[in-house]
Design a protein around this ligand. Structure first.
Ligand SMILES: Cc1ncc(COP(=O)(O)O)c(C=O)c1O
Length: 449
């Protein structure tokens, strides 16, 4: 194990990591996975309570997804998708269209690439429609849409953004409907509508130069699992229609059942102009993302003129192995009635976490679908790191976001396992107790330890 750690430090540059910190806090070495568990080379087991950066849905080494990928390996591992096509990408596109109500799936590998594609497609649509000046973007305060240069332009997490500010395009952030920010006595819905008014005020002035409004529907993950009511999305849809601005739903983190419905937008009864999907799409197996859009958008690109087409590509677009993993995930959703089963499970898990919710240091305990989160009072600047370490000692992988602790488990966890999560949370709350004042100085992203 030590050997792998020193070789990692010598040869690998870990994501979202200050590498010098590995001197004091070595990375977890993982040799195997089994259901919701990660297992190190010496057999120590860690419950993956955050689904490996929110990607895993049906456990590690899931036999059904393994079988689909293995079967595909014997046929074709990859072929470029320009000038060629194959059964897995066609079937996946048809099935994604059926469940999103959108179509013409355009594929990439990671979430940030899906954001890039949606932004480019939206601006290109307006250009093809003779309104090239509509190329600006709006996003929510504290939003997160990935970290490539275009995606970072609509992300609003200073820790990730400020260093690269000179490289980025100017975009506008509007008031976030994060329910925690409601005034005392103001309901989450009333606050959300107040935020929608702020969106309208911006659109009323700038719609002529705005291509799209991009949102994380219902939950702003990296902002600290900030949950807001569906009414905001419903109103945003109306406003985008009224002012002729695209609505891009970034369902990269919340899609595939995470908020209790297959897609979060369903809870607001709306259809976006673009939907970005990734993470859970392959059950956490292989990098795959997709953007689906409306027939109207698609038609604006369909032409005899080559340059009116969407001339964007990635080498691994529509990779057959990743598509087969995604198809196996959709099969599991259908065969196991996952959305309904999760609803019952989630109610039980919330009861299991009741003692955590009632802990005197816990503020804003919140829950939506298969996400639980709370803020912790009386934290020091190194709270997130210390809490994560104490959870690991209890055999549970948790990565607080600043002073927000959250659990986003694979859907295959059981009540015993959630009991362990609750115990680790209570242990962490006691172990990190201080008499100091609140601090959120290490707040930023769930990608931070
Ligand atoms: C809402 C949202 N959008 C985009 C991304 C970026 O995805 P990726 O890390 O695969 O680039 C993330 C990742 O956490 C996300 O949560």
């Amino acid at each position: 194990m030590d050997d792998l750690i020193s070789r990692t430090r010598a040869a690998v540059w870990l994501p979202c990591t200050q590498m010098k910190q590995l001197e004091a806090a070595p990375p977890l070495v993982i040799a195997r996975g089994e259901g919701a568990w990660l297992i190190d080379p010496e057999g120590r087991r860690y419950l993956d309570a955050i689904s490996s950066w929110w990607v895993n849905l049906f456990g590690h080494c899931n036999p059904r997804i393994n079988a689909a990928i293995t079967d595909q390996l014997g046929k074709i591992e990859h072929v470029m998708l320009a000038g060629a096509t194959h059964e897995p990408v066609v079937e996946l596109s048809e099935r994604l269209a059926a469940i999103t109500g959108l179509g013409h799936a355009f594929y990439a590998s990671d979430g940030a690439s899906a954001t890039e594609i949606a932004l480019k497609m939206s601006a290109h649509y307006w250009r093809n429609a003779g309104q090239a000046e509509k190329n600006g973007f709006i996003s929510l305060k504290n939003g997160y849409h990935g970290e490539t240069v275009g995606a970072l332009s609509v992300t609003d997490i200073p820790l990730f953004k400020s260093t690269y500010e000179p490289l980025l395009r100017h975009t506008v952030q509007v008031l976030t409907p994060d329910a925690r920010l409601a005034e005392p006595g103001e309901s989450a819905e009333a606050y959300a509508l107040r935020c929608a008014d702020a969106l309208e005020a911006h659109l009323a002035e700038h719609a002529a130069t705005t291509a799209a409004f991009i949102v994380e529907p219902l939950v702003q993950g990296a902002a600290g699992m900030a949950i807001y009511p569906p009414i905001y999305l419903a109103r945003a849809r109306e406003l985008c229609d009224q002012y002729r601005v695209h609505l891009i739903a970034d369902e990269i983190a919340v899609g595939f059942g995470r908020t209790g419905s297959m897609f979060a937008c369903e809870q607001a009864g709306i259809k976006p102009d673009f939907i970005c999907l990734s993470k859970g799409i392959t059950g956490g197996y292989l990098p795959l993302s997709a953007v689906l859009t409306t027939d109207t958008v698609y038609a604006a690109f369909y032409s005899d003129a080559f340059a009116r087409g969407f001339l964007h590509s990635h080498s691994y677009t529509g990779n057959p192995l990743a598509c087969r993993a995604a198809l196996a995930v959709l099969d599991i959703f259908e065969q196991d009635n996952v959305i309904a089963t999760n609803r019952v499970k989630a109610a039980g898990f919330t009861s299991i976490l009741a003692e955590v919710a009632a802990h005197p240091r816990v503020r804003h305990f919140r829950h939506l679908g298969m996400i639980w989160a709370f803020d912790v009072a009386g934290t020091t600047a190194d709270f997130a790191r210390r809490f994560a370490q104490s959870a690991l000692e209890q055999g549970v992988l948790l990565r607080p976001i600043g002073n927000t602790v959250y659990c986003m488990p694979p859907y295959v966890v059981g009540e015993d396992e959630m009991g362990r999560v609750a115990a680790a949370m209570l242990h962490g709350l006691d172990k990190t107790a201080t008499s100091g004042r609140d601090s959120v100085s290490d707040a930023g992203s769930g990608k931070l330890p």
